[in-house]
Design a protein around this ligand. Structure first.
Ligand code: FE2
Length: 282
């Protein structure tokens, strides 16, 4: 599947592009089934032990900071009570799985390394694309939390050219179940902040512009199952809480060019930085 000149222009002007039916319904089923299996195999006791140590927030942050080259599981905040105990079954408590599914899990690896994605990256002029991270996002029914307005480049900074996000809808995403919202053309604004991680693993936010986002300019990006939303790294976007009884599963990938420099003080790291892989099937 090739992008048309009109698609490319839309992406340049708006900072996002919706491609319906980019993946098959069967692919959606396969990824959702695999995510169910991974969650079923996830040992909640291990994580409870980790999080019930004295320094709860430190352990929690450590688990997050270590997830760059692992498959880690993160809860919906509303699925936990004040003592950190799950109030729902495991399958309906997970907010997301990240951040190296595309490397470590054979099913997600196969999905993430296709000619369709390589061709898309070429059309988006990402030379020698590398897959930086992957996330499986559940946005659970009733407890799916809000993701406040942000630019992905705040978290994954590449100086020469912002990262590109690929957001695959594995279920219909509607305003009811917490679809993405974005400010069309907002990618033309400068980066407002950066999350940095220093050599001691201290995480800080560097703020360049404190002006709040003009949320009244946001539009909902409602898409059907199988659609792909391409997101420019500087595009302000968010998603609201899911108050509906339907989940809103999505799989995301972030890409950047091998020719560019992934900032060393980004939070997401790998024990072996050279282990980042291209899209080509290997
Ligand atoms: Fe994002």
């Amino acid at each position: 599947m090739r992008l048309t000149a009109q698609d490319k222009q839309h992406y340049l002007d708006q900072g996002f592009l919706i491609i319906p039916d980019f993946i098959t319904q069967e692919s959606c089923d396969v990824l959702m089934q695999r995510a169910r299996e991974l969650i079923a195999g996830f040992d909640t006791n291990a994580i409870k032990t980790l999080f019930s140590t004295k320094d709860h927030s430190h352990a929690k942050q450590r688990y997050f900071l270590d997830s760059g080259d692992k498959i880690h599981f993160f809860y919906e905040e509303k699925a936990l009570d004040e003592t950190g105990r799950l109030t729902l079954d495991k399958l309906h408590s997970i907010n997301k799985i990240g951040h190296a599914l595309h490397d470590l899990d054979p099913i997600f690896h196969a999905f993430s390394h296709t000619n369709d994605i390589a061709t898309l990256a070429r059309d988006l002029e990402i030379v020698d694309p590398l897959l930086l991270q992957s996330m499986y996002i559940c946005k659970q029914p009733l407890v799916g939390g809000e993701v406040s307005c942000h630019q992905d480049s705040s978290f994954l900074f590449v100086k020469e050219k912002p990262v590109t996000g690929l957001w695959f809808a594995l279920e219909n995403a509607t305003q009811e179940n917490g679809c993405l919202w974005a400010i069309p053309g907002g990618h033309k604004t400068a980066l407002k902040s950066r999350m940095k991680r220093d050599a001691q693993d201290t995480v800080t936010f560097e703020v360049y512009d404190e002006t709040p986002w003009s949320l009244e300019n946001m539009i909902p990006l409602e898409v059907s199952r199988g659609s792909l939303i391409v997101l420019h790294g500087l595009l302000p976007h968010m998603s609201k809480e899911n108050h509906s009884s339907h989940s809103r599963h999505a799989y995301t990938l972030h890409l950047y060019s091998k020719q560019h420099h992934y900032a060393e003080d980004n939070w997401l790291r790998r024990s072996q930085p050279s282990a980042l892989k291209g899209i080509a099937i290997d």
